[in-house]
Ligand binder design. Structure first.
Ligand code: FMN
Length: 280
């Protein structure tokens, strides 16, 4: 592991790990600039209107295309939206998320099975496997891996980002807005811009590792203690950010209580079929 320097003085040593968990953690075995970026992640919802440097989109897409891809099928595309009117329409469709308007760039990440369908047609070979749920899942996995690589790239350059799952509230309208052909689905958006230093976002703590990390096999576990600790830490985070205080367990269970909590996405299977995905 010669390429990973063990450091005593890394800026993230202890600090970013503490912020991520809001509790004392053992010193990491090593540190790197990449870990600084990964552990320093925070979603940004306040942006300056400043334009991005020329070539930013292409650089982020190169980072995205560098992610692994299932069987190298590369079953995704991305639409870079910079036109203020189109951003405004997409912001409205995503539940009036103001940061989409504020920031200069909105990337819409697409599961794209159209490209392979077209190539199959051109070569006169069947592409029936694309009609199976597995292909939609594969496309979603690859799209998410690609987008996350773009997020890490953007954050490494000092830019801010926030994902926008809200565009799945109105998938047909989003498809129409972006002229998507059949077999293409807008999985989520990604706002990219310069964070507004007047409203800095903080690192949001995560569940203690004792709630998420198993060794060798899954074990029945009492989550009460780590979740109670996390509820307290998230409240502290919220009060520091001037947000209403609400424990994670209450927030998360409200979000999964039933189809009415899905903001219209309970119809997604039906909508996907309309968009040409058979999900067999
Ligand atoms: C796929 C996905 C969709 C998301 N959609 C939204 C969204 O529509 N609006 C929003 O403000 N944040 C959205 N988020 C951001 C999450 O709320 C955020 O990542 C989470 O609260 C953790 O906070 P952090 O990213 O600052 O660590 C989304 C995140 C993901 C991964």
């Amino acid at each position: 592991m010669a390429h990973v320097a063990l450091q005593d003085t890394a800026p993230g040593l202890g600090g970013l790990l503490y912020e991520r968990y809001r509790e004392a953690v053992d010193n990491p075995i090593a540190w790197s600039e990449t870990l600084d970026v990964l552990l320093g992640h925070r979603s940004v919802r306040a942006y300056l209107p400043d334009a991005l440097p020329e070539g930013t989109v292409e650089l982020l897409v190169a980072a995205a295309q560098s992610a692994a891809s299932s069987s190298n099928l590369q079953p995704w595309s991305v639409v870079a939206v910079e036109d203020p009117d189109r951003k405004a329409r997409l912001a409205a469709l995503a539940g009036n998320q103001a940061h989409i308007l504020q920031a200069p760039l909105f990337l819409v990440w697409l599961v794209d099975l159209n490209r392979l369908t077209s190539i199959g047609k051109a070569l006169d070979v069947p592409t029936d496997a694309l009609h199976y749920l597995e292909s939609f899942l594969l496309g979603s996995i690859d799209t998410a891996l690609a987008a996350q690589s773009a997020v890490v790239a953007a954050e490494s350059l000092g830019l801010g980002t926030v994902y926008t799952g809200g565009i799945r509230n109105k998938p047909l309208e989003v498809s129409e807005e972006l002229d998507l052909p059949p077999h293409v689905f807008a999985l989520f958006g990604l706002v990219v811009g310069h964070p507004d230093p007047a409203a800095p976002a903080a690192v949001k703590p995560r569940l203690p590792q004792q709630a998420v990390l198993f060794r060798e096999h899954y074990q029945a576990r009492d989550f009460a203690q780590p979740v109670a600790a996390y509820d307290r830490r998230l409240r502290t985070f919220q009060s520091g950010q001037g947000l209403p205080e609400r424990g994670w367990s209450e927030q998360a269970t409200t979000r999964v209580r039933g189809p009415e909590a899905l903001s219209g996405r309970d119809r997604l299977k039906e909508v996907l079929e309309l968009l040409g995905f058979e999900l067999a």
